[in-house]
Design a binder for this molecule. Structure first.
Ligand code: FAD
Length: 153
């Protein structure tokens, strides 16, 4: 199996899209991620996976906290921006929740403190303990076979 086949196979798993945010020394950082899952109810834990080359990796290691912002269908541009797919600098308005900056009008904002971390291959898995969350109605942005999708019906 080559890398392309592996990537294509993983792309068959349809997901939502999140932007992970954190703050370090008064500066806000964001990164698009779809490697997100719920892990445990008691305690309330979630998981994100961050690549070794992502600048976000050290930001979370140093801040010890992150927020997961689950994007709605009309936030595709934000996903592209925080994935580096739109190059121009944009002034994004973040809102405070707990001690974290979160993305306005996302479907869900989940605040976490780092509970554990595991380096596995070229990614680090962060387990986050959920400290607060905010939910809104709406339709999620979906990602499948490397493309943004609409959820119909
Ligand atoms: P940068 O490349 O510095 O930041 C990314 C972009 O966000 C830059 O354009 C930057 O200008 C912008 N940005 C950051 N902070 C701000 C701010 N405060 N205000 C305005 N703009 C800002 N990678 C993973 O490791 N794990 C995943 O689960 C994952 N899932 C992905 C899912 C999708 C659908 C896509 C498209 C990409 C995914 N990626 C994932 C890749 C990842 O999003 C990119 O590699 C990203 O560019 C890495 O960001 P970085 O931390 O290196 O920071």
């Amino acid at each position: 199996m080559d890398d392309r086949t592996f990537r294509n196979a993983m792309g068959k798993f349809a997901t939502g899209v999140t932007v992970i945010t954190t703050e370090l020394d008064g500066e806000v950082y964001g990164m698009t991620a779809n490697a997100f899952m719920s892990v445990s109810l008691n305690p309330r834990l979630v998981l994100i996976s961050i690549g070794e080359r992502a600048k976000m990796l050290n930001k979370i290691k140093e801040s010890g906290k992150f927020a997961v912002n689950i994007l709605s269908e009309d936030q595709e541009e934000l996903s592209m921006l925080f994935a580096g797919q739109i190059q121009e600098k944009r002034d994004i308005k973040f809102e405070p929740l707990e001690d974290l900056p979160v993305i306005k009008d996302s479907l869900v904002n989940i605040c976490c403190k780092v509970y554990n971390q595991y380096v596995e291959g070229d990614h680090t898995l962060f387990i986050g303990e959920v400290t607060n969350l905010v939910l809104r109605d709406g339709t999620p942005l979906a990602f499948y076979e490397g493309k943004y999708r609409e959820i119909v019906g």
